[in-house]
Design a protein around this ligand. Structure first.
Ligand code: PNS
Length: 169
């Protein structure tokens, strides 16, 4: 029987608990889930590709059917290379929809054999994004509960702010 393989692409700059939620749920639906770090030409990454991969490998080490990879190029080309039938995207608010709709359409035009599937974020993460994490951290705000605990120090180390984090979520 053909394995159902999905790609969960993103810039993961850094991976958040919202991403982790989608990965956890996606890994239960597909035989193999490939979390692919790709470059987003619209954003300048704060973390290097290696740092983003290291963080993902660390938080995903116990997921037996999830692997982490890096690719430079078109997402649909990568999906074809990996024999993936599906691209998973997480949707938070309506504000995500327009951009994701455009991406799904262009990816379909480029390769109609690869289907984009959307998963709604869990409501507790609906406000969360890598950009918000970086903004909070850059001003010394508390990012506990926003990124996996094991990455807390690693994420903060990128920012010079003096962080006060005395309340746990
Ligand atoms: O986490 P992000 O930044 O929203 O992820 C966006 C990403 C990396 C998935 C997107 O920019 C992407 O697919 N980049 C690879 C180039 C590509 O295939 N673009 C879409 C067709 S133009």
């Amino acid at each position: 029987m053909t394995q159902k393989i999905a790609i969960y692409p993103g810039s993961f700059d850094p991976v958040t608990n919202g991403h982790l939620d989608i990965i956890d749920r996606g890994s239960k639906i597909f035989d193999r889930l490939i979390v692919a770090v790709l470059e987003n030409p619209r954003k300048n990454a704060v973390f290097s590709a290696k740092e983003r991969l290291d963080m993902l490998n660390l938080v995903l080490k116990d997921f037996t059917n999830v692997e982490v990879d890096y690719y430079q190029g078109l997402l649909v080309d990568y999906a074809e290379q990996k024999n993936a039938q599906v691209i998973i995207k997480g949707l938070r608010a309506i504000s995500d929809f327009e951009y994701e709709f455009q991406m799904a359409m262009i990816n379909h035009k480029l390769n109609p054999a690869v289907e984009t599937m959307f998963m709604m974020t869990s409501s507790k993460f609906s406000y969360l994004s890598s950009s918000i994490v970086k903004e909070v951290a850059s001003y010394g705000g508390c990012i506990r509960g926003l990124v996996p605990d094991i990455l807390y120090e690693m994420v903060l180390s990128k920012f010079e702010a003096d962080v006060k984090c005395d309340t746990l979520p």
